[in-house]
Design a protein around this ligand. Structure first.
Ligand SMILES: Nc1nc2c(ncn2[C@@H]2O[C@H](COP(=O)(O)OP(=O)(O)O)[C@@H](O)[C@H]2O)c(=O)[nH]1
Ligand SMILES: [Mg+2]
Ligand SMILES: [Zn+2]
Length: 301
């Protein structure tokens, strides 16, 4: 039984790419519907060929998914390229941290791409790089004028299923088009894109010449940290990890307790202060949300 990966799904047809054998147009068997299981772009599947000439088939089995993204709906994404621009737009570091936290929570490798380095006047690229390099992330600096960073990025994409994420205007579509050496996505300002058109569309996987796939839409369009509990947030900051066991209190939130090793590391400079301040901010938001949920729950009960 051949195996492949769903690169696109349209109206009940799934296009399954098979290594060295092209693309099969498949339907999903009734059993999936009965089980309430819908194949997703990115799913690895086993299928039966029903028409070898026309390359048609029936999907028999979906291999267990390693990850599931909801918006865009894609399975098995294993890498997010979090893009931030040196300027234009002004870096939204809280958003960047939310993307990284979301990736950590889903077990997806994250790479930080500092883009538009051609616009850097005040050494902002170094200021952006340091905290994330310190936290252990691979940081790639790039611009449309650069080839070294761009080649690094292409290397990082190899053999992964990757998705770009980041603010509008940071250059994600430009990057994607350059990687594919063709216009895959429209670029430009938000106001120019999607006007009078359907903006919701299904995600597709683009096969990279060097191996691996890229999701053709920006990922993580919902940046609310849904599903993350406030007391778990700390574990989604890689640079906190070695300090957490040294806090005086085992249930330390690292926000205002005495004898907090995380805060000590901030004071000593091994954790960047901005990352820490944004952690504390997110912690408070998640805790308030949790309290609100609890109040709602007890009213009902
Ligand atoms: N100066 C500069 N502008 C860029 C660079 N990359 C993209 N842009 C421009 O930034 C704008 C937004 O790019 P786009 O790819 O649409 O961003 P997206 O919203 O993240 O997909 C466009 O006008 C691009 O031409 C870069 O490296 N340097
Ligand atoms: Mg875009
Ligand atoms: Zn602590």
């Amino acid at each position: 039984m051949p195996f492949g990966i769903i690169i696109r799904g349209i109206a009940g047809f799934y296009y399954v790419s098979v290594k060295d054998d092209g693309i099969y147009e498949c339907r999903a068997r009734g059993i999936f519907r009965k089980k309430g299981l819908t194949p997703l772009t990115g799913d690895r599947v086993a299928f039966t060929v029903t028409d070898p000439e026309k390359k048609k088939g029936n999907i028999d089995e979906i291999i267990d998914r390693s990850t599931v993204l909801v918006r865009p709906a894609v399975a098995n994404v294993d890498q997010v390229i979090a893009v931030i621009a040196v300027e234009s737009p002004e870096p939204d570091l809280l958003l960047l941290d939310k993307i990284l936290v979301t990736a950590e929570e889903k077990g997806i490798k994250a790479v930080v791409c500092i883009n538009k380095t051609d616009l850097d006047k005040d050494g902002n690229r170094a200021k952006l790089r340091l905290p994330y390099a310190k936290a252990g992330y691979d940081v790639i600096e790039n611009s449309i004028e650069e080839t070294e960073g761009f080649n690094k990025l292409k290397g990082a994409l190899r053999d992964h299923i990757s998705v770009f994420a980041g603010q509008s205007g940071v250059g994600k579509s430009t990057l994607l088009n350059r990687i594919m050496d063709t216009v895959v996505m429209e670029t430009g300002s938000v106001s120019q894109i999607g006007r009078g058109r359907h903006t919701t569309r299904h995600a597709e996987l683009i096969e990279l010449p060097e191996g691996g796939y890229l999701v053709d839409t920006p990922g993580f369009s919902s940046y609310e940290l849904s599903g993350i509990c406030y007391d778990q947030l700390q574990y989604l900051y890689p640079e906190f990890e070695e300090h957490i066991p040294k806090c005086s209190f085992t249930d330390c939130s690292h926000v205002n307790e005495m004898g907090c090793a995380v805060r000590k590391a901030v004071d000593e400079g091994s954790i960047e202060e901005g990352r820490y301040i944004r952690y504390a901010e997110l912690y408070k938001v998640l805790k308030q949300e949790d309290a609100a949920k609890y109040r709602k729950g007890s009213r009902k009960g």
